[in-house]
Ligand binder design. Sequence first.
Ligand code: NAD
Length: 316
Amino acid sequence: MSKQILVTGGAGFIGSNFVRLLLETTDWYVTNIDALTYAAHPTVWSEWSTRKNYRFMKIDIADIEQLEKAFDVTYDVVFNFAAETHVDRSIEDANAFVRSNVIGVSNLLHLVKQGKAKKYIQVSTDEVYGSLTAKKKPFKETSKLSPNNPYSATKASADLLVQSFYRTYHLPVIITRCSNNYGPYQNKEKLIPKIIEHISLNKKIPIYGDGLNIREWLYVEDHCRAIKKVMLSGKVGEVYNIGCHQERTNLEVVRFILNYMGGKEELIEFVKDRQGHDFRYALNYSKLSKLGWMPLVSFEEGMAKTIDWYVQEQNS
Ligand code: NAD
């Protein structure tokens, strides 16, 4: 049966990939709202504008009056991707992050509480758990929230707000916490698009510290499928980790891309480490596996597709 869906942040990296997944695999009616900040892709959100089951509205979720305009129908599901996401920017100025990531979420929850949506999915991050040492076991959904930078602190705040609306008002909410994503449509400020661009232009690639910080890298389409799975089969009130056990140091990621693109190792330039730089993130996602989801794209395959996509976009 067709559904009314609201996607927030659907002009950004993961949100736009998620909108595409919904439009390609369902006949659901998708409303995409986005404030079109610097992080939004300039055109992707307009690509589907001729479709009858899609509309785009430029809306800031932190502005309740604007947001109310998007709730002119009752939604079956609201997926909240909208957020300020760049850790380095949050270290420069946390206020924009509090505004979008906390006040924006509070506004959405307020409207869901008024009965304007039947389910709410909060797209969160592994960064809310803080940092792991090399030998520690991956985080579980029950691990303590211990964010270390303003970005992750605002995402953890949002998770707590969402959980409080479940406990206080029995709102039908689910939280997903995913590891690092890579794939098409990410802003050039982020690590992987930046590395690809710098290699293409034969520019130095700045790497924080010794480059040995570890992240778990999931291809964006696998993340999007996981969110859809959680919406269809997940239990209200629960948290689901989304991971893939594909851990790589930043240096390994750079070397993979250099090797694929035929770039020179001398382009790597180690720069002063990020303040409060988390050493390692890793997730135990067995709870989600039990719902029947698993990652389908290997690091090597996903990274090859990603590099090809950015090189083509640069040349078009
Ligand atoms: P992104 O920065 O690429 O996109 C975010 C989008 O939200 C942008 O289009 C931006 O314009 C929009 N936005 C920001 N503030 C807004 C506001 N106040 N109102 C409306 N729209 C607003 O981010 P992303 O990487 O696609 O991340 C999407 C979500 O997934 C975020 O909530 C993030 O915390 C989470 N997440 C990201 C990753 C990752 O590796 N990128 C991993 C786990 C979780």
